[in-house]
Design a binder for this molecule. Structure first.
Ligand SMILES: Cc1ncc(COP(=O)(O)O)c(C=O)c1O
Length: 372
């Protein structure tokens, strides 16, 4: 063994076991990778809950107009984006933290609020980054199984101990697409002790049409210990630029800002997010497209006799049975990327992003063949 290798081994041995045991997040396969590996020229990605319409044309224009300024550092405080968001949401700019995707805010929250031995409560399954970031903070993950594919608010409350620091609520929940309603969320807000932070991750907020979806910003305005997370990655179609934000009372935002890297949101992301926020037409088109796709997919899946979980988001959890892995591979060979839910402890399920009509049709066609 080379001396350098020995040295690097003794270096790695010093990394805490909690961190060594973290399983890295595996994202949906990028289109280019599948094209390269399988020699395909046309690949459909329905694996990462992106907007199939793409970004707003106004965002593309803003990116082009501002490209010549990328020699300058971005505004680290996202002054104008926060100002626009504050107006849009009816809150103040100091109630907002902007992140390199909402992912980054989950990681900042974990770094700030979770220390070695602390507990963070989350659904099982739920968005994987909650457990990864908790472990990276050397905290303990307290998983509460879903009931009927829904987060179990009562058991999440009962799981609180004196070590609990954070409760992560993905609403709608990724990967099930189900929501926690107003009353259950109110119970969580009322019963959680005052030294526990509620994180309500609303990445798919704009897609929800359930009448009992909670108005979480009202709790922020009341000064509760809650951070609401939203993102430009989904309905606004800016996943590649990485912009998300957190909304909370000013004291919480001010603490989170201490752990935020100084230039975490790049300048093109900031301008694109600002114009996307104003392009309501694009948001409505995205929502309508997903609504129509959802209807089509529900109908076809019912005809195939396949079980699925009705969704409030832009993806559907579908039961594919014991041959899920083979089905996912068969789809991949046809150039259709969907997400195998093995990493979410749902080995017999796939998660399908609702795409454009022709993409949904291609999925149904190939899925039917793969099932046979
Ligand atoms: C529930 C949930 N939260 C957060 C994210 C991360 O989004 P962003 O692109 O803003 O980091 C995702 C992405 O899939 C998600 O499903």
């Amino acid at each position: 063994m080379l001396r350098e290798e020995k040295n690097s081994d003794s270096l790695l041995k010093k990394v805490p076991m909690d961190i060594l045991n973290v399983k890295p997040y595996i994202p949906g396969k990028p289109v280019e990778e599948v094209e390269r590996e399988l020699g395909l020229s046309k690949v459909i990605k329905l694996a990462s809950n992106e907007n199939p319409l793409g970004p707003s044309p106004k965002a593309i224009q803003a990116i082009q107009d501002n490209a010549k300024k990328v020699n300058l550092y971005p505004d680290g405080g996202c002054f104008y984006l926060k100002k626009d968001l504050a107006l849009h949401l009816g809150i103040e700019a100091d109630n907002i933290i902007v992140g390199n995707g909402s992912d980054e805010i989950v990681s900042i929250i974990s770094r700030v609020f979770i220390q070695k031995g602390d507990e963070a409560i989350m659904g099982d399954p739920s968005f994987l980054m909650y457990s990864i970031d908790t472990r990276l903070s050397q905290g303990n993950v307290v998983s509460v199984p879903l009931i009927d594919f829904r987060l179990d608010a009562r058991r999440m409350i009962e799981a609180i101990t004196y070590k609990t620091k954070v409760i992560f609520i993905s609403n709608p929940n990724n990967p099930t697409g189900t929501i926690i309603g107003k009353d259950e969320m109110q119970e969580i807000v009322d019963e959680v002790p005052s030294d526990v932070l509620i994180v309500c991750d609303e990445a798919y907020y704009e897609y929800v049409d359930a009448p009992d979806y909670p108005d979480t910003l009202s709790w922020v305005k009341q000064g509760k210990n809650i951070v609401v997370l939203r993102t430009f990655s989904k309905i606004y179609g800016l996943a590649g630029l990485r912009v998300g934000y957190g909304i909370a009372r000013k004291g919480i935002i001010s603490i989170l800002n201490r752990a935020r890297p100084p230039f975490n949101v790049n300048s093109l992301a900031q301008v694109a997010a600002r114009v996307s926020l104003q392009d309501n037409e694009h948001v409505i088109s995205g929502k309508n497209l997903t609504g129509q796709g959802k209807k089509f997919l529900y109908e076809k899946l019912r005809q195939l006799g396949v079980l699925f979980i009705p969704t409030q988001a832009n993806f559907i959890l579908i039961e594919a049975g014991e041959k899920t892995r083979q089905i996912v591979l068969a789809l991949l060979r046809k150039g259709i990327i969907v997400r195998d839910m093995g990493a979410y402890n749902l080995p017999h399920y796939i998660r399908l992003t609702i795409g454009r009509q022709e993409e949904n049709e291609a999925f149904i066609r190939e899925f039917q063949k793969a099932l046979q």
